[in-house]
Ligand binder design. Structure first.
Ligand code: ZN
Length: 471
């Protein structure tokens, strides 16, 4: 459904087949006054045909290519997800999802972090200098905010799969207001909107209908509306389980301001994952559950750990069991890389978004096993199926904040109960003790460097454990 089509008067007491992804129902009484209106998404019943007749079970043929299904949540860090979705986490662990523990974001908000994953390098970024005047990474080098890019021209991975191999595609993005759309209508980065549907299943018209006359909250019409958004992800994965596909679902409105509301979806996501496994929708699919960044604007930002969480979104990936044995070398490299931080050239800048892109591109193009020799383009990331060279590895950093003396270190070990596994008396300090911490601009919540006075003041501030005067 790309736009709202014409209204149809449905005959009473008759089964009616709706050939669309989503549809409105309006009911009128005998006086022709509207008494009900709501938007619905199509729910498939795979065991029955469109007219309710039992289908014969078809023999499934294993597809030649792997598929990719991504379920993303806005502002969701790994640790926040762990805290608030315990049942989902338990299910994911049982199903074999694997988490990237060193995964960091590369920019502030959603677009700049999702673009590098779904698109990779955009040509407009490559002409930008890597560093700005003060020697920090230039954010335009990742995603230019100073050039109006055409969203229709973006080379999404699903477009690649569709054009080369005829795979099916979905962009299911929860857009509550047009200026919050990832690739649709941001004021600076993009031209206003797609001029053609970017995927086979594109839910812009559905979300326009959902958010018509409604400012988002956790419930709508007494229902947990975001369940429906998640259902679209599950439906696409199930519908095309035997056909190669790439689906991207991004749910924004439940988690953008605060993390804990995601709890409302815990049972639903958990049971949806179970369902995917049961019906075989994970058999030939690389399934990803992720966040774009952590919480940037809720109360969590006021604590030091909240700022670290903000920089470390969830990234959990599941490969089908046969993949793990067939592509043993790639899988073992991936397993090892889960723990690593990477850097680019001489600057410790974590490029995992680009690394995830290269990994997904390997899957999209099936550059696996003997086909790994097909890899030609470099790009800024390194596939997590490869060994990451030492030159790209950030040094192991032990974060011990604000502890300037041996005594303080020992007291800290006792206070945090680490003394159960470390004898605090055995700790010695060799050479100079360096305190490492967050970049002060990140620590004090700067979204951009446009205001030089604010930047200067933030650099002068101490990286206190807790502050109330964020800028
Ligand atoms: Zn976001």
């Amino acid at each position: 459904m790309h736009r709202t089509k014409k209204w149809i008067e449905v005959p009473e007491n008759t089964r009616y087949f709706v050939n669309a992804d989503a549809f409105y129902i309006r009911c009128f009484n005998k006086s022709n006054i509207k008494v009900f209106e709501s938007i619905f998404v199509v729910e498939d019943t795979p065991s029955f045909d469109s007219y309710g007749r039992k289908r014969k079970a078809l023999k499934r043929e294993k597809p030649q290519r792997l598929s990719i299904d991504i379920l993303g949540f806005d502002s969701t860090s790994r640790t926040m997800f762990y805290r608030h979705l315990p049942r989902t986490l338990e299910t994911m662990n049982r199903l074999g999802y694997e988490t990237l523990y060193g995964y960091n974001k590369v920019g502030d908000n959603s677009m700049v972090n999702l673009g590098p994953i779904l698109i990779g390098d955009v040509p407009e970024a490559l002409t930008e200098p890597m560093l700005d005047e003060s020697g920090d990474i230039n954010s335009n080098w990742i995603l230019p905010a100073n050039k109006k890019m055409d969203p229709t021209a973006l080379r999404f991975l699903w477009k690649l799969m569709k054009e080369k191999y005829g795979c099916r595609s979905m962009l299911n993005e929860d857009i509550s207001r047009k200026e919050l759309g990832l690739f649709h209508y941001p004021l600076n980065e993009f031209l206003p909107g797609f001029t053609e549907p970017p995927a086979d299943h594109f839910y812009r018209a559905y979300y326009l209908a959902v958010y018509k006359n409604w400012s988002y909250g956790s419930c709508r019409d007494g229902r947990q509306i975001q369940r429906q958004f998640v259902d679209l992800w599950r439906r696409f994965a199930v519908r095309y389980k035997d056909i190669c596909h790439f689906g991207f679902t991004f749910v924004t409105t439940l988690s953008h301001e605060v993390g804990f509301l995601l709890e409302l979806l815990d049972e639903h996501i958990s049971s949806s994952l179970e369902n995917l496994l049961t019906v075989g929708a994970l058999d030939n699919t690389v399934s990803v559950v992720m966040g774009d960044h952590g919480n940037r604007i809720g109360l969590a930002q006021y604590s030091y750990t909240g700022r670290i969480e903000e920089r470390m979104p969830l990234m959990a990936i599941r490969f089908p069991p046969w993949f793990r044995s067939k592509y043993r070398e790639e899988y073992n490299n991936f397993r090892e890389n889960r723990w690593k931080l990477t850097r680019y050239r001489f600057i410790v800048v974590v490029l995992y978004n680009f690394d995830v892109h290269q990994t997904l591109k390997d899957i999209a193009l099936m550059r696996l096993g003997t086909n790994r020799s097909l890899i030609t383009s470099g790009g800024r990331g390194i596939s997590l199926f490869d060994k990451i060279p030492d030159s790209r590895l950030a040094k192991t950093i032990y974060f011990i904040f604000y502890l300037a003396s041996l005594e303080a270190v020992r007291n800290w070990i006792i206070a945090t109960n680490l003394s159960t596994c470390i004898d605090e008396k055995s700790v010695i300090i060799k050479g100079k003790l360096t305190t490492l911490g967050l970049n002060p601009l990140a620590r004090h919540g700067l979204r951009s460097k446009s205001n030089v006075t604010v930047v200067r003041d933030a650099r002068r501030k101490e990286a206190k454990l807790d502050v109330s005067n964020t800028v």
